[in-house]
Design a protein around this ligand. Structure first.
Ligand SMILES: [Zn+2]
Length: 416
């Protein structure tokens, strides 16, 4: 009798242990969770199971997890969302950012800096989108989305991007609606003419499909007025990328009046109206002379993004974390920097299921260290700021799976 009782007790214990052992596939312990959507900025544990965030709580028992990540002294944030990258890579000579050699394969440049979602900003147009989807979207581990170029051929460079007869809003909207899981809006870029047609046709495509547009305002002499763009042509929710750039040769107006060291009044009005200001750092699209006065005035970017391509990544841009660190050094507080790289871009591209660590959300998570040392942050003009801190990616988790671990902080160690 006694033996039977012990056997039953043993069985109950084993079952309980087995169930407990499976509560979490990954448990992130002891990190400071910064989750702007949920107003979190405190030390919490994060439990993940079956690709979802299962629990965010003060102290979760490590015995309940198969794998435990020691995040003490680190920041735990939602996986980063870069809404301006160029990942329609290919081997076609002279194809620039559209199936060409200047664009980059996403997986090689995303996970190592905490990015789990990247939006290709106009590499593909309605005519080349199927190739982009087949080659890149289907074959990448990174979540790849698209701002479809209003030019059918996308960013093939040169004259291809000046052909207003190839900027068809109906065809663009048709492809976007057929590929709603992949396309999040439309892109206008590199147009060098005194003509509103590219912007207006993109907005028309946006209206037909209920999606935002992203504007790289190109250039012309004299420049088209920014005030008219923000207040007359764009809709609330539309995105102005390369917000902090000053181009050579008076071809585009700037958001900051550098003489007065102030953000222009119509820009503040545009923000109130709901125009989104995106960094889109790129090779030539960020000047401290614009960004410093803006940040001083509290005019933070809505979204931080890279404009990633072979040129920018080897120039002053580097990667998402380098830009985030730059804005932090300029005086933007860390929760705002994280918000502009997670929850805000998720809302801008209407993917509110991403960019936060709510219970039941997709488990896209990034873990960062704030490295201490002497760091230099320069821009395309050579102006340099010095900083003592810099973000470094320790781990990236995508859909509940570890996809990058810099220092082996998972136990047992993540082995690919
Ligand atoms: Zn770009």
């Amino acid at each position: 009798m006694k033996h039977r009782f012990l056997l039953i007790l043993f069985l109950i214990c084993s079952v309980t242990l087995a169930v407990n052992a499976q509560t979490y596939s990954i448990l992130i312990k002891g990190g400071t969770v910064i989750d702007p959507k949920n107003n979190l900025n405190q030390i919490m544990d994060v439990g993940i199971f079956e690709g979802k965030i299962k629990k965010v709580a003060k102290d979760i028992d490590p015995k309940e997890a198969r794998q435990v990540v020691d995040a003490k002294g680190m920041y735990v944030t939602p996986g980063l969302i870069d809404i301006h990258g160029h990942v329609f890579f290919g081997t076609q000579p002279d194809h620039y950012l559209s199936n060409g050699l200047v664009a980059l394969p996403p997986d090689g440049f995303t996970f190592r800096v905490g990015v789990t979602t990247i939006v290709d900003a106009g590499g593909a147009g309605w005519d080349s989108f199927s190739e982009f989807k087949k080659n890149v979207i289907f074959n990448s581990k990174t979540r790849v989305l698209s701002f479809l170029n209003i030019v059918g051929e996308g960013m093939r460079g040169g004259n291809w991007e000046q052909d207003t007869s190839d900027m068809n809003p109906e065809l663009a909207a048709g492809v976007a609606l057929k590929n709603k899981n992949d396309v999040v809006g439309f892109k206008v870029a590199h147009f060098m003419g005194n003509d509103w047609k590219p912007v207006d046709n993109a907005v028309k495509a946006g209206k037909l499909s209920n999606m935002p547009v992203m504007i790289d305002f190109g250039g012309s002499t004299p420049p088209l007025p920014l005030e008219e763009l923000f207040l007359k042509h764009l809709r609330p929710g539309d995105i102005f990328t390369h917000a902090y750039t000053l181009l050579e040769g008076n071809v585009r107006e700037t958001i900051v009046d550098e003489k007065a060291q102030k953000v222009r009044p119509f820009v503040l009005e545009a923000r109130k109206r709901g125009i989104i200001f995106d960094v889109g750092y790129g090779g030539a699209s960020f000047n401290y002379s614009q960004a410093i006065p803006a940040i001083k005035q509290g005019f933070f970017p809505n979204t931080i993004s890279t404009d990633l391509h072979t040129g920018s990544m080897n120039g002053s841009m580097k990667d998402m974390l380098s830009i985030m660190s730059k804005f932090y050094v300029m005086g933007m507080d860390l929760p705002s920097v994280i918000k502009a790289s997670t929850w805000e871009p998720a809302q801008v591209i209407k993917r509110e299921n991403l960019g936060h660590i709510s219970e039941n959300a997709i488990a896209d998570v990034a873990i960062f260290s704030m490295r201490k040392g002497n760091f230099g942050f320069y821009d395309k003009t050579g102006y340099k700021m010095e900083g003592k801190e810099k973000l470094e990616c320790e781990m990236t988790i995508m859909g509940g799976k570890i996809v990058y671990d810099l220092n082996g902080i998972a136990k047992p160690i993540y082995l690919k």
